[in-house]
Design a protein around this ligand. Sequence first.
Ligand SMILES: O=C(O)CCC(=O)C(=O)O
Ligand SMILES: [Fe+2]
Length: 318
Amino acid sequence: MSQTGIPSVNLADFLSEDPARKQKFVNEIGRAYEEIGFVALKGHFLSDELVDNLYSSVRDFYALPTETKQNYIVEGIGGQRGYTKFGNEHAKGSKVGDLKEFWHFGQYLAEEDKAKYNYPENVSVAEVPTFTQYGEETYKQLEKTGVYVLRALAIFLGLDEFYFDDKVANGNSILRAIHYPPITEEPKEGAVRAGAHGDINLITLLMGAQGRGLQVQKHDGTWVDAIAEDDELVINVGDMLSRHTNNRLKSTIHRVVNPERELWGSSRYSIPFFMHPVSDMDLSVLENCVTEENPKQFDDITAGDFLTQRLREIGLIK
Ligand SMILES: O=C(O)CCC(=O)C(=O)O
Ligand SMILES: [Fe+2]
């Protein structure tokens, strides 16, 4: 167990040559996802040095004047690359904007694949070149970590181990560097740093859950803090994977609460990696996840159509 009731797992078990250790990881993460939908994971591919370097360039970027940051807003792509300003995104079903600004890095395609996927180009920050560089390195290491997590889940679900590999290769994943600025006055209409929501994607790998703030809702409706240890990523199931598995794996509602008043003056930084498949992945419920007790719960849809629907619901596409 990590500090808070979110089960801890170690990817080194899955990567070991010992089949019993590998299966132990599969069982642990699978059971955790059938229950709380979250784990804290050690043994990932990010070095401490890369994490520190990325955070310091993230801080440098957000310290730029607002007008400079706004030069990096890309119109017409629902905030999928570059900068999104404070208050723009709200949780599905909520009317008040979250108390955050963020930046999106997207997939790094080889030149010859660009026409096939038609993703928006990544944006470089002239004032903080290291932000661009460490963002790309982190994107690739988190993507690699995510591929192994999905392999473990494929085994757990009784699929071929490599079932997800070609669905996430060149996928529409997003690395989001978030800044929750200091709170200067009583937030309007109960606005919080991040309103209660489920993530849209297959799985989310979150750097930066070390401080208090992130809370996860249990089946009984109560909230528990999710606080990771220094070397842990918090990894949760998103709505795409929950749909595909007919809700056998749970996309659990979570939020980021405002700190107590004494701590209003401090920022929170966090960096989730939203792992998406390619847009044409069929998210239709897997046959082996339909049983008499759990009949098919979701209509057939592709990942691309599901994403568009959800970006509208959270205010990123008008
Ligand atoms: O800031 C965090 O810890 C979590 C952010 C989050 O849940 C999200 O952006 O989807
Ligand atoms: Fe989230």
